[in-house]
Ligand binder design. Structure first.
Ligand SMILES: [Zn+2]
Length: 463
């Protein structure tokens, strides 16, 4: 139906009792399907509490205008909407919510009359009984005069009868105001009860939903969406109409594990984070460019890599926020070769320790390279002793490559150097205290040792 009926926000949780389509169908303004973008002037949403005056006067007219306060909606020639009855401080709280819900769009929300500057206006004041000659129980909670597809209608005027609502209903008032404004911009009712355009859960916090939802009419029956075909995505409808706010911060994604440059085994866990001013629409993890997993909205961003061949691999996380903005991050990891002897390592200067071919100190994370946290190291062990920190690996005496000795009486680790001068059998069991004796009374372990005593940090590097 191209001619949109007037749209009513019910006071109650479900459909309004009013058969408003019949009442207002002669006064509907035709939508212009060719209009794509809102005129800049229409980017102002003025929410009028009618506080500070003797209320707002609305005159019945064939034209609907926020400039002249004329409307096709009232049953009476002249209507006075009494000032917002919950007071300025309460109204300010409602407006804080309204601004929050509209902040992502390039729309200016104001409570100051823009005067002659074209604007969309919602009067949040008065009682429906002042506007309609109906039986009790037949009054709408709010009403908009038309659906102006793509926001092309200038100076629209809609109503939210705030004084029919209890002070406790801040969420309802917030939702009601933007619900009626959105009708003027061309947004219809949908069934998704998390959306501002649903009749359901009116007292609950809602958001514009970036998902397709079936439209419904004033009687809660399915209908074709007047401006968008069979279904409607309210978030995108408004984004397409106004664009995103130029001050909206970007979203970011981070790969928590594995860290960039990490050495890993053929199987490892991947986890990521999404941060931003908008909710996450989805997050996708790719391994070497191949989609591994995609999680929508609130699901944990996790995946498991398994059976990767030795060598470099890329882990890429792509996040999409509600504004359809994509952000991504890529980490490169190296899968270590498995081995039993040095000879099995493809690289001749690699050492086989703990079943893995570990690179030399000249490679970041290699055996003997400096480190801060264990994730810095191919071996996943960062040893600390005598003020030095080196990537190490567990060893038995005699196992370490040239330039290292097996340091520690038990659970020794390969440590750079020749070992203590203990008579020529460097690195033998026993007195292999470090050069700088800091051990306590009776301690032979001058600086460190033992794998278990190593400072093996698990703190994350900042990414
Ligand atoms: Zn509505």
């Amino acid at each position: 139906m191209r001619f949109a009926a007037s749209l009513v926000l019910a006071i109650s949780a479900l459909a309004p009792a009013v058969a408003s389509a019949e009442v207002f169908q002669e006064r509907v303004i035709q939508s212009d399907p060719d209009a794509v973008n809102a005129a800049p002037a229409n980017r102002i949403l003025y929410v009028n509490s009618c506080i500070g005056s003797n209320g707002c006067t609305v005159t019945r007219s064939g034209s609907n205008s926020s400039q002249s306060n004329t409307s096709s909606i009232p049953d009476f020639q002249t209507v006075r909407l009494t000032p917002y009855m919950h007071g300025q401080a309460h109204f300010d709280m409602v407006m804080e919510c309204v601004r929050e819900k509209m902040a992502m769009y390039d729309v200016q929300v104001t409570t100051v009359d823009p005067g002659a500057t074209p604007h969309t206006e919602v009067m949040a004041a008065g009682s429906a009984a002042a506007m309609f000659d109906r039986e009790p129980g037949q009054f709408p909670g709010g009403i908009a005069p038309f659906l102006g597809c793509n926001g092309q209608v200038q100076n629209g005027l809609a109503f939210l009868f705030a004084n029919d609502t209890a002070a406790s209903q801040i969420q309802y008032l917030c939702t009601g105001i933007i619900h009626e404004a959105a009708h003027v911009w061309g947004v219809s009712h949908v069934y998704d009860d998390k959306d501002h355009m649903s009749y359901a859960r009116l007292g609950q916090e809602k958001w514009w939903q970036n998902s397709m939802s079936q439209c419904h009419d004033n009687n809660f029956d399915p209908m074709n969406c007047p401006c968008s075909g069979s279904t409607q995505n309210t978030f995108r409808t408004l984004r397409n109409t106004f664009g995103l706010s130029p001050t909206l911060e970007g979203s970011t994604v981070a790969l928590v594990t594995p860290l960039d440059g990490a050495y890993v085994g053929p199987d490892f866990a991947i986890s990521g984070e999404f941060m931003g001013p908008l909710d996450r629409l989805d997050a996708t993890i790719y391994i070497d460019g191949v989609l591994k997993t995609m999680v929508e909205k609130t699901g944990l961003i996790v995946a498991t890599a398994s059976g990767l061949a030795p060598g470099e691999h890329t882990i890429r996380l792509v996040g999409t926020d509600y504004g359809d903005r994509q952000v991504e991050v890529t980490h490169t990891v190296t899968v270590l070769e498995s081995c039993e002897t040095d000879a099995e390592c493809s690289e001749t200067d690699y050492s086989c320790l703990g079943g893995k071919c570990l690179p030399p100190a000249s490679v970041d994370g290699g055996l003997g390279a400096s480190c801060e946290v264990r994730e810095d190291c191919a071996s996943n062990v960062c040893g600390v002793a005598d003020g030095d920190s080196y990537c190490t690996a567990a060893c038995n005496d005699g196992e370490c490559p040239d330039g290292f000795y097996c340091r520690g009486t038990t659970n020794g680790v390969c440590w750079p150097g020749e070992g203590p001068d203990d008579g020529g059998d460097g690195g033998s069991d026993g007195d292999d205290g470090g050069g700088c004796s800091t051990g306590g009374a009776g301690g032979m372990v001058g600086g460190l040792l033992m794998l278990g005593a190593l400072l093996v940090s698990s703190r994350r590097r900042h990414v």
